[in-house]
Design a protein around this ligand. Structure first.
Ligand code: PGD
Length: 747
């Protein structure tokens, strides 16, 4: 038996071996809980949806650059690499000389693939920076709201996410875990950049704490828990009522509030006038008032950890649940004590609560972007549709640039953005859209020029994620698909045409870059690191372990003067004078309940992360495909909502609202609250007019920000209705390439 070739991915390290011409995937021997997503890898690797050759939209080839509808079903013409690269280089040059580099949007948000060198965005940003610069994007679709809010409240988002209290500390000390959004196990298999040991499932089993699962979905906690089936989007009302009970019954810790917090008084006034009590909250969140009071009292007498998943901030007014949870934890006075306080993102990502190493890893410098213009990442459609328009962001007034060229590598906006029918209109505005992709995703189909990128198994790299225990040599295991090239080689080809080849490559091949980055890291690493050749041969390097027992804000608690928070006051800001000073009605100076207002559609759709793929990645893979119903994404709904609509388990249904509609396959389940339906993100968008025939929920979500403060993604919820789809549903076409013409036929 040959030794497996090592590699890693966002969903785990693994090995591959060729077995009678087929790729065999072997979990890493040190992984106690390999991800189910590994079952997608072999089937997706050479799927017909791969991009084999550079391709240009036919109308672009015939008519040159300019705004155009960019229909997803238009033909593409396959061209040679030289022609494709000449086209892209000429267009970059045209746009920068006629409109300036600000007119090039290179934000290129997305998860791309694991691998420290061939990271698509880092490569693209480095190249575009050398080519004169680009308009960039900030923050993430994942955590964009909290990334802006947390600095105002606790001074730091990095610490909350990267140095969260570790699972062993929680297992040993927490008596009551109050989990808003639960700890969804499906997400803990994923960590950006790689993960070798999936330890969270094991840690969850070792918890001694009682668990209060506060979620519309019972499946959001994998083990026994007391389920509070809350109405989606109303967690803040519940948190305020818990706070109200603590304050009105004198159960709050005044000493902690005085010493470690500022701005409790205005918040207390808010709680007590027009009281935000349990009776008030029960009418909003659907949890009985007695249950709310009883939970508050248990929280006060137990070592209590309050956790909030990232999904809770991915909604309109998404700042509020995060801020209210911190205020609630402050009232309990346990922040900085082992097993107490608050946490953000347990179950949102594999590394939150992890205790792997925290040291620096080898990395590719992205260089400098000479253009300072940026957008908060989720404002892409607004930017394309409203050039020149002013908008608010974190106390500033910014203006959307006029983008003529969009360049995307390593992301799928036609997966990740909201209101996809609006995004299609936005994508009609620029003169040119360039995409590097291994697959014919919906984004590739909405581009003008598509350049085929290799996947990780087709190139040499090394990889390791945050708090990962290993650095893995990712050795090329198979030949590139078709004529696919590494993003680095594609960009080097463009750099040569634009006169920045030497600056971009620094005279190195990809393999030489690996050795260079590794060696630079090795020279400064605070522990012994073998030479590159030895590491490459061994296939991995185990990194020195991190601290198993850590508590968030332990040092601040021990010495608030010596280790202050990086807020203006140095303390936890229950009221922020800075945020209050911005005067935003959708994010005032302390946590508040903001009613999203009426909507005629009776069901609340939760568009959460899938369990069968990573975002839209691997949708053609076997595990993802096996979950589909008549080829459509499964939509979970309560039997009472289904029977009221004449829907049976396994029916194809149409999910709709004013923005659009999609088809899905009904799965009836009592594990969700009546009135709630759930459809995971990531089914490849397959438009037929305003209908997605495949089941992408982002045709239904609204393209509105969480607030003027953060302008974060609010795609987790949408109001919808559902009906049975009678007759033959239109076929899913997106898993086959678009119509491809050869150069001769096209001319
Ligand atoms: P991916 O499917 O990971 O989604 O959005 P994101 O755009 O990250 O897209 C990555 C793309 O990169 C894939 O198409 C893949 O083929 C391509 N790729 C992989 N490797 C390479 C490479 O080496 N080179 C190149 N050129 N391409 C490569 C994710 C985003 O979606 C996130 S993070 C979140 S948390 C959001 N969540 C929600 C949500 O909760 N609800 C809704 N409704 N919408 C969301 N969207 C967001």
């Amino acid at each position: 038996m040959t030794r497996p070739t090592p590699t890693t991915s966002h969903w785990g390290a693994f090995g591959v071996r060729m077995n009678r011409g087929e790729v065999e995937v072997i979990p890493h021997p040190a992984d106690p809980a390999p991800s189910p997503l590994l079952g997608n890898v072999a089937s997706a690797l050479r799927h017909p949806a791969r991009v084999a050759r550079p391709a240009v939209r036919r109308s672009r080839l015939e008519h040159g650059p300019g705004p155009r509808p960019r229909a997803a079903d238009e033909e593409f013409v396959e061209v040679g690499w030289d022609e494709a690269l000449d086209l892209v280089a000429a267009e970059l040059d045209r746009v920068r000389s006629t409109s300036g580099n600000e007119a090039i949007f290179g934000g290129s948000y997305g998860w791309a693939s694991a691998g420290r060198f061939h990271h698509a965005q880092s490569q693209l940003h480095r190249f575009l920076g050398l080519a004169g610069g680009y308009t960039s994007s900030r923050n993430s679709y994942s955590l964009g709201t909290s990334l802006v809010l947390l600095p105002h409240v606790v001074g730091d988002s990095e610490q909350v996410v990267r140095r969260a209290s570790t699972w062993p500390t929680i297992a040993e000390n927490t008596e009551l875990l109050v989990a808003f959004g639960g700890v969804p196990e499906k997400n803990v298999y994923v960590t950006p950049g790689g993960v070798t040991r999936h330890v969270t499932p094991g840690h969850l089993k070792s918890l001694r704490a009682d668990v209060a699962l506060i979620s519309p979905l019972r499946t959001d906690f994998p083990l026994d828990a007391r389920w509070y089936p809350i109405r989606p989007g109303t967690d803040v009302a519940l948190m305020l009522a818990l706070a109200h009970t603590l304050v009105s019954e004198g159960l709050h810790d005044r000493g902690f509030l005085d010493r470690y917090c500022v701005g409790f008084a205005p918040f207390e006034r808010y709680l007590l006038t027009e009281p935000k009590d349990a009776d008030w909250a029960a009418g909003i969140c659907g949890i009985p008032a007695d249950g709310i009071r009883e939970l508050a009292r248990r929280m006060a007498r137990s070592r209590t950890l309050i956790t909030v998943t990232w999904s809770l901030q991915r909604i309109r007014y998404g700042e509020q649940p995060v801020w209210a949870a911190i205020a609630l934890a402050a009232l309990l006075g346990q922040i900085g004590l082992p097993g107490g306080g608050f946490g953000h993102g347990y179950g949102s990502m594999g590394d939150v609560g992890g205790h792997g190493p925290t040291g620096r890893l080898p990395y590719l410098p992205q260089g400098r972007d000479p253009v300072s213009t940026f957008i908060p990442v989720a404002r892409i459609a607004d930017m394309l549709l409203h050039p020149g328009e002013a908008y608010d962001y974190d106390g500033q007034t910014l203006k959307y640039p006029d983008i003529r060229l969009v360049y995307w590598a390593g992301g799928n906006p036609f997966h990740h953005h909201q209101d996809l029918n609006r995004l299609r209109r936005a994508f009609a505005r620029p003169d040119t859209i360039v995409v590097h992709e291994p697959y014919w995703t919906a984004t590739a189909r909405h581009a003008d020029i598509v350049l085929p990128a290799t996947s990780t198994l087709e190139r040499d790299d090394f990889g390791s994620g945050r708090r990962d225990t290993h650095l893995i040599a990712m050795r090329r295991a198979v030949e590139p698909y078709g004529e696919a090239r590494d993003d680095y080689d594609i960009l080097a080809g463009l750099a040569a045409r634009l006169g920045v080849y030497d600056e971009f490559t620094e005279g190195r091949t990809a393999r030489q870059w690996l050795e260079h980055l590794y060696t630079a890291w090795r020279e400064t690493a605070p522990f012994p690191v073998p030479p590159f050749a030895e590491f490459w041969e061994a296939g991995e390097l185990e990194l020195p372990p991190g601290h198993e027992r850590e508590t968030l804000f332990e040092r601040f608690r021990a010495d608030p003067e010596g280790s202050p928070l990086r807020t203006p006051s140095g303390r936890i800001e229950i009221t922020s004078a800075t945020v209050a000073g911005f005067g935003y009605d959708d994010c005032p100076g302390h946590p508040v309940w903001l009613d999203p207002g009426p909507d005629p559609h009776p069901l609340l759709l939760i568009a959460n992360q899938p369990s069968t793929r990573l975002h839209s990645q691997l949708d053609p893979g076997a595990v993802s495909q096996a979950s589909k119903i008549s080829g459509r994404e499964p939509l979970r709904m309560h039997p009472s909502d289904a029977s009221a609509r004449g829907i049976a388990d396994g029916d194809v249904v149409r999910v709709f609202n004013d923005r659009g509609a999609c088809l899905a396959g009904a799965v009836l389940s009592e594990d969700l609250r009546p009135g709630v339906v759930q459809l995971a993100t990531g089914a490849w968008y397959d438009p037929l007019g305003d209908l997605c025939v495949h089941g992408n929920p982002n045709v239904l979500t609204a393209d509105v920000p969480s607030s003027r403060l953060s302008q974060g993604c609010a795609g987790q919820h949408a109001r919808v209705d559902v009906e049975r789809f009678d007759g033959d549903p239109p076929p899913v076409t997106v898993l086959a390439p678009p119509r491809l013409l050869s150069r001769e036929v096209a001319s």
